[in-house]
Write a protein that binds this ligand. Structure first.
Ligand SMILES: O=P(O)(O)O[C@H]1[C@H](O)[C@@H](OP(=O)(O)O)[C@H](OP(=O)(O)O)[C@@H](OP(=O)(O)O)[C@H]1O
Ligand SMILES: Nc1ncnc2c1ncn2[C@@H]1O[C@H](COP(=O)(O)OP(=O)(O)O)[C@@H](O)[C@H]1O
Ligand SMILES: [Mg+2]
Ligand SMILES: [Mg+2]
Length: 358
């Protein structure tokens, strides 16, 4: 870990030195003339984890710069921006929705500005029910794998009576209980495992009850940035045996296993569990998802049904997810800086081409 830290810092320092990195707007040797201005509206946490010095330096080399958006001033008075990149939460998110009329208006007046991503499309991902809608109907028939979503139902109130409804809906215990709304708070990521009917009464709605799918304790995080896909293994919850299902009752909160610093990438794992999903399958899936979700920056959490060859379940979709764990100097999405720079660079080139064609 320390090796990574030292080499990461060293690399950034070298890049800074090579470029004579400055924020003063003076163009240094090795930098290109400004080609793309990315206005960003991010939470302080997101800004810290995403806007790493390495990203800024690599971006500058390609003439891409990041400028903060002042949320207290109209967008039209700021910029000009080529791209508006945003991830906000709670009240600030509500404001974005309320002013999304303004955002739409701004986009109509400035069709050359790309908003990453449309607020309406992101909102669908904030609800654990709507986020998975339509996934099971994707056309992936020619592919080397199949995709499902776990059987689930929404509980809006009175979790005590939800037990009957869960049984009627054919849901089998144990169930994973997830807060319905994702609002960036730790609470919206507090998940529980409910082993029996009675335990459902202890849960706080609104929530989603989802069947637990045995998957051998490994999950796949598939990151999508435009046309680029990266997949990594993460540790997950272990299988639940029939014996355990019969013996255990009650409700248990479980930790954010997949966010733990430990990576499953180099662990000694059963190959039938750890083998990455086939590349053509992921490519087809990401392509379909980009269209279905109308998003360019997202990740999906996928698990392989235990014992199957390539039967996968999507259990979570995250908009513009965490890419870098600052505390551990660890890129959750490997090489994310270069991937984003290439993504923005392609965008700049496409814009330039369009301008020339006019
Ligand atoms: O849901 P899982 O699969 O755990 O993935 C989460 C979500 O993407 C979080 O965003 P949201 O809360 O909007 O769902 C994100 O927070 P940020 O985008 O704020 O970084 C986390 O990043 P880290 O907190 O960096 O781990 C990332 O680990
Ligand atoms: N249906 C499921 N079956 C088995 N494990 C699950 C299921 N749903 C979630 N998990 C486990 O719980 C973790 C968190 O669930 P997830 O839906 O990804 O919520 P979050 O948005 O908080 O990451 C997953 O990474 C996985 O380890
Ligand atoms: Mg998740
Ligand atoms: Mg999530």
């Amino acid at each position: 870990m320390f090796g990574t830290l030292a080499s990461g810092e060293l690399e950034t320092a070298r890049l800074r030195r090579d470029l004579g990195f400055s924020c003063g707007g003076i163009r240094m040797e090795g930098e290109q003339t400004q080609k793309l201005v990315v206005g960003y509206a991010l939470t302080p946490k997101k800004k810290k984890s995403f806007l790493q010095p390495k990203l800024e330096v690599l971006a500058r080399r390609k003439g891409i710069c990041f400028v903060p958006i002042d949320l207290n001033r109209p967008l039209s008075e700021q910029g000009p921006f080529d791209v508006v990149l945003h991830k906000l939460l709670g009240k600030e998110w509500q404001d974005v929705i309320e002013v999304s009329g303004c955002l739409l208006d701004y986009q109509q007046k400035h069709p050359e500005v790309t908003v990453l991503d449309p607020p309406g499309a992101i909102q669908r991902i904030h609800n654990r029910q709507s986020m998975l809608e339509g996934l099971a109907d994707l056309n992936l028939s020619d592919c080397s794998g199949s995709i499902f979503v776990p059987k689930q139902m929404v509980v809006l109130k009175d979790s005590a009576s939800s037990a009957d409804r869960a049984v009627e809906a054919g849901l089998k215990f144990p169930l994973v209980a997830k807060p319905l709304w994702i609002d960036g708070t730790a609470k919206s990521h507090q998940l529980f495992l409910a082993y029996d009917r009675r335990s459902l009464a202890e849960l706080d709605p609104p929530l989603v009850l989802q069947e637990f799918v045995n998957h051998g304790g490994v999950m796949f995080k598939v990151f999508v940035v435009g046309d680029t896909i990266k997949v990594v293994r993460r540790f997950s919850l272990p299988n639940i045996s029939n014996c355990e299902k019969g013996k255990v009752d009650g409700v248990f909160q479980f930790p954010r296993v997949s966010s733990a610093a430990a990576s499953a990438d180099n662990a000694d794992l059963d190959p039938s569990v750890a083998e990455l999903p086939p590349k053509p399958f992921l490519e087809a899936l990401a392509k379909e998802l980009r269209i279905l979700l109308r998003l360019r920056l997202f990740n999906i959490d996928m698990i392989r049904e235990h014992g199957s060859k390539n039967v996968f379940y999507v259990i979570d979709i995250n908009y513009f997810p965490g890419l870098y764990l600052k505390l551990f100097c660890y890129a959750k999405m490997p090489d994310y800086e270069q991937v984003f720079v290439d993504f923005f660079h392609d965008m700049a080139q496409a814009k330039q081409k369009k301008r020339h064609c006019k």
